[in-house]
Design a protein around this ligand. Structure first.
Ligand code: CP
Ligand code: NVA
Length: 302
């Protein structure tokens, strides 16, 4: 059987993504009902972290435990990867001992190289370019609160970063329209935008972009690795804070999402993130359920 990887949302078909979403919803109910379900018993997921994490680490680690398996936390600083062992060699060696590999790193080429040389599924847990696991959770959260996202309008406000690029992929895979409000110089991957013209559009003014939207999503102005640009970015993004005024432009039942961690008073006002249409806590919890569905899909041998 060929090994399947999950480096971007495009590694799964729209039908498979729907299947994983439904399964995530089901696994959530099973867990809340106290049902034990251990399809990954005796399996190990190696988790390589080259960047910090709260949600991703906890959801994958707890998820593997709940599925009957084990997760192994590997900080690149404490492994030979951090001392320059080639990615190709590391991928071969690690995959000879575990059943799946999760990586959070900088360049997207690193997860691609890893996947090319691994003999077990490789999951992208965030690169500089994409954060597909977060979109599994976001899509499940929208479904649970508002039903199908198909045909809806989503507005991304802020940096054209890894989350924004994954929202572009999601627009295609889950069939919704995406407006991106970002300042000039902070555009997402324009090859992706141009490839999906008509479905994905850049609208410089955040108020115009939010008009009649069903979901407003944002993320930090300075991502991991961009800490030194914080001050510069605060100036560049001054007109891109999601405020109650922006939410008022959207549809009356529009939801607010943020992958977290959030900076109240920067990319989002405290009023918006702590309001009732903000579903950020469900969104964070759904990382667990959605990724359990992904792990089952990629790793279950039953
Ligand atoms: N949203 C997200 O990936 O959070 P962490 O950085 O805490 O894992
Ligand atoms: N864009 C953010 C997402 C954090 C989950 C970052 O890359 O730091």
């Amino acid at each position: 059987m060929t090994v399947r990887h999950f480096l971007t949302l495009n590694d799964l078909t729209p039908a498979e993504l729907q299947q994983i979403m439904q399964r995530g919803i089901e696994l959530k109910k099973m867990r809340k009902a106290g049902e034990i379900f251990e399809p990954l018993s005796n399996q190990t997921l190696a988790m390589i972290f080259e960047k910090s994490s709260t949600r991703t680490r906890i959801s994958f680690e707890a998820g593997m435990t709940q599925l009957g398996g084990h997760a192994l936390f590997l900080s690149s600083n404490d492994t030979q990867l951090g001392r320059g062992e080639p990615i190709e060699d590391s991928a071969r060696v690690i995959s000879s001992m575990v059943d799946g590999i999760m990586i959070r790193t900088f360049g997207h080429d690193i997860v691609e190289t890893f996947a090319k040389h691994a003999t077990v599924p490789v999951i992208n847990a965030l690169t500089d370019d994409f954060h597909p696991c977060q979109l599994l959770a976001d899509m499940q959260t929208f479904q649970e609160h508002r039903g199908s996202i198909q045909g809806k309008t989503v507005t991304w406000v802020g940096d054209g970063n890894n989350m924004c690029n994954s929202y572009i992929n999601a627009a295609v895979q889950y069939d919704f329209n995406l407006r991106i409000a970002c300042p000039e110089g902070y555009d997402p991957n324009m090859d992706l935008v141009n490839l999906h013209k008509g479905r994905v559009e850049i609208v410089r003014n955040a108020f115009d972009a939010a008009e009649n939207s069903d979901l407003i999503a944002t993320d930090v102005w300075a991502s991991m690795g961009q800490e030194e640009e914080q001050k510069l970015r605060e100036r560049a993004f001054a007109d891109y804070q999601v405020t109650a005024q922006i939410m008022q432009k959207a549809n009356p039942d529009a939801l607010f999402m943020h992958c977290l961690p959030a900076h109240r008073g920067e990319e989002v006002s405290a009023e918006v993130i702590d309001a009732k249409d903000s579903v950020v806590w469900d969104e964070a919890e759904n990382r667990l359920h959605a990724q359990k569905a992904l792990l089952e899909f990629l790793m279950s041998k039953i």
